[in-house]
Design a protein around this ligand. Structure first.
Ligand code: TYM
Length: 337
């Protein structure tokens, strides 16, 4: 069997980028025969960016309800909360001890914070926590603890998975004694939707405040958000260039080949941006509408979500505990009985 694993950080409301970049491909992968899947809520990661407990709790419920509403089948998928798995921080420490500081210096998220500090004329490491600095090691532990082969993600996470591979390789070399203690994971990125743009054309991201929420705000919220996608100022009747338009990229993420070709042809022939937006809302709503109904039902019954997560935690730990026992032994810590 092949293992598929992915997680979402619980700091905000799930948006279209999370859906097309991670949730949709992950659920599709989980439906294939011979696949074992592990999908989780990365709430330890949330602590890196957020010191508002209420927000983390709210986000965790929203993200969990989103996965379930989007079709995750808890019988096929091990679905859990990262912080219910104490083996994760324990493995993080084992990996921390074989990860070079130089490699962490090259991590995008850390480098972006340093660059921002330098640009602001501050100390390069101002306000950078050790949590942010070693974020990729925690993520490597998430992946390696379940020996995942495939990790469906958007483009922004690829570097982290390469780092997880490197750490796994080093660990195998140091402690494997010829055995592969860890599987080397591969990032799985869907090219067309690897970086879904947001309202302003930059990557759709919680940190840019340019997201289109998946379910929150209802059908009206979706319509209002799509209305705010920035387009050029060409008027109806004028030919438009579909390439490089965020609206078209977002439309494409939900469209089949015929629909994509039609939208391009119509824009070139002068379709108004307003009409193109209307068509986009209808297409997205036809796919998300039925899921939104399930989402709202789950948001009204958080205890159902909690039950699913507790069951998932038990299944996840049944996999994690034996592996960790083996690892503790491999590095020379006390054998657990
Ligand atoms: P996070 O929470 O920032 O994003 C969750 C997933 O959504 C994808 N994504 C996008 N894909 C396409 N276009 C976009 N605009 C877009 N925005 C977000 C992300 O690439 C990601 O796949 N560190 C991770 C969470 C994590 C994780 C893991 C993922 C923790 N441990 C282990 C995989 C495996 C994160 O913060 O993703």
């Amino acid at each position: 069997t092949e293992r598929v694993l992915t997680g979402i950080t619980t700091t905000g409301t799930p948006h279209l980028g999370n859906y097309v970049g991670a949730i949709r491909p992950a659920i599709r992968a989980s439906q294939a025969p011979g696949v074992e899947s592990f999908f989780f809520l990365a709430d330890y990661h949330a602590l890196i960016k957020c010191d508002d407990p209420a927000r983390i709790e709210r986000s965790r419920l929203e993200i969990a309800a989103t996965w379930l509403a989007a079709g995750l089948d808890t019988k096929r998928v091990t679905f859990y909360r990262q912080s219910d798995i104490p083996e994760t921080p324990e493995l993080t420490w084992l990996l921390t001890c074989v990860t070079s500081k130089g490699q962490m210096n090259r991590a995008h998220a850390y480098k972006a914070s340093v660059d921002a500090n330098v640009a602001a004329g501050e100390d390069p490491d101002a306000n950078i926590t050790m949590g942010l600095y070693s974020y990729p090691i925690l993520m490597a532990a998430d992946i390696l603890l379940f020996n995942a082969h495939r990790v469906p993600v958007g483009r922004d996470q690829v570097q982290h998975i390469e780092m997880a591979r490197d750490v796994a390789q080093r660990f195998n070399h140091l402690f494997g004694n010829g055995r592969e203690l860890f599987v080397l994971p591969n990032a799985e990125v869907e090219e067309e939707v690897a970086t879904l743009p947001g309202l302003d054309g930059r990557k759709m991201s919680k940190s840019y405040d340019n997201t289109i929420p998946l379910f929150e705000g209802g059908a009206k919220g979706l319509k209002d958000a799509v209305a705010r996608i920035v387009t050029d100022s060409r008027l109806p009747g004028e030919p438009k260039d579909p390439d490089g338009s965020s609206l078209v990229t977002i439309y494409d993420a939900f469209a089949n080949a015929d629909q994509r070709a039609q939208m391009r042809a119509d824009l070139r022939a002068g379709l108004g941006w307003g009409d193109a937006k209307q068509r986009t809302v209808e297409l997205i709503e036809s796919q998300l509408g039925p899921m939104r109904a399930r989402y709202e039902e789950l948001m009204a019954h958080p205890e159902r979500v909690e039950d699913a997560l507790m069951e998932g935690a038990a299944k996840a730990r049944a996999v994690a505990t034996p592996l960790l026992r083996e690892l503790r032994e491999a590095v020379g810590l006390r054998k657990m009985v």
